[in-house]
Design a protein around this ligand. Structure first.
Ligand SMILES: [Fe+2]
Length: 336
């Protein structure tokens, strides 16, 4: 086990004002706001960093041209970080910041970084009490109602890539990720960073355009009540639903996706499957994105008009919505 979390996601924005409002409304805590950029934190302290587009420290845009610039993974300790750096340096450039953060480019062209994880990974919790036949655990109490969400952590990040097999090989062979599930024909692959983890921490989707870019970042919240409460409040503040609320049959999670003006989408999710080495990967032959979902399921304050994305590079913008996983091949082997 080397990688234990998504430490930081970095954007370069042509419009810090919109980015500030977007991630603030999303429920992240703003911990810095200077000319160098804005830093937001999740409940465990992992970060979204938005820098001015002209900042020299920004990594280049990905092929797709969105405003995403880098994902930095948290590594369990300094020796594991050193081992990653030495391994990647065998066949690519690896730069090191003064704080020890490594930067490289993965085999799909994604800017990826690594640093020692300094955040909590879980907080002990009694969880949400549910009542059902034969199981009455919430006695003399009402269920929680959330006025807004406060995302606990970034649970997974998803990218469009030209070849999901290339992405899978890199993260499994070089960084120790495990296979959780696949869609046939290389349409998608779900990976987790260690043997025991949420169903997926990385998901790669085959790009229709062949260009690599961000697809979405998923923020874990406590329960379905927080998905609803957060999604309703975020909608009231004028941000447009992409898909949701709904439920994924793959991973079992409840979700609500919103369009991110910086590119791709952001997702509130809860109650994802937690799997171990006993899990047998599936090779799904049909798009199992959703058991059910609402699309633009509630009236938007702006009458459903979609807010335009912030300017991206020429030729950017992956067509389609989050739930549309392309299927070009009908058959594929189920080997893992
Ligand atoms: Fe997701």
């Amino acid at each position: 086990m080397a990688i234990v979390g998504i430490d930081t996601v970095v954007y370069g924005s042509p419009d810090l004002k919109t980015a500030r409002k977007f991630f603030g409304d999303w429920g992240l805590k703003k911990v810095a706001d200077t000319r160098a950029g804005i830093i937001f934190e999740t409940g465990i302290g992992s970060r979204i960093v938005v820098r001015p587009e002209a900042a020299k420290t920004l990594r280049p845009r990905l092929e797709g041209g969105s405003n995403f610039r880098e994902v930095i993974f948290g590594v369990v300790n300094a020796s594991a970080l050193k081992a990653i750096g030495e391994d990647l340096a065998r066949d690519r450039d690896v730069s090191v910041d003064t704080d020890g953060t490594l930067h490289a480019i993965d085999d799909s062209g994604i800017n990826v970084g690594f640093r020692v994880w300094k955040h909590r990974r879980e907080t002990p919790s009694a969880g949400t009490a549910w009542n059902g036949p034969g199981s009455r655990t919430r006695i003399d109490k009402v269920s929680p109602v959330y006025k807004n969400a406060q995302p606990f952590k970034m649970g997974h990040i998803v990218f469009f890539v030209s070849d999901t097999r290339v992405a899978e090989a890199f993260y499994r062979k070089r960084l120790g990720f495990r296979l959780s599930d696949r869609y046939v024909g290389g349409a998608g692959v779900f990976l987790r960073w260690t043997e025991k983890s949420e169903h997926h921490n990385l998901f790669f989707v085959k790009s229709r355009t062949g260009k690599t870019d961000i697809h979405h970042i998923a923020f874990e919240v406590s329960d379905i009540h927080e998905v609803f409460g957060g999604g309703l409040e975020f909608s009231k503040r004028g941000w447009a639903t992409d898909v949701g609320p709904g439920r994924h049959p793959v991973s079992s999670a409840y979700f609500w996706y919103f369009r991110n003006p910086l590119g791709g989408a952001v997702e509130y999710f809860c109650d994802a499957d937690y799997v171990t080495d006993a899990w047998k990967p599936n090779n799904y032959r049909t798009n199992r994105f959703s058991e059910w979902h609402l699309v633009d399921g509630i009236r938007q304050r702006d009458d459903g008009k979609v807010r335009p994305s912030l300017p991206a590079a020429k030729g950017a913008a992956e067509p389609g919505r989050v739930g549309q996983v392309p299927f070009k091949t009908a058959r594929a082997s189920a080997s893992s």
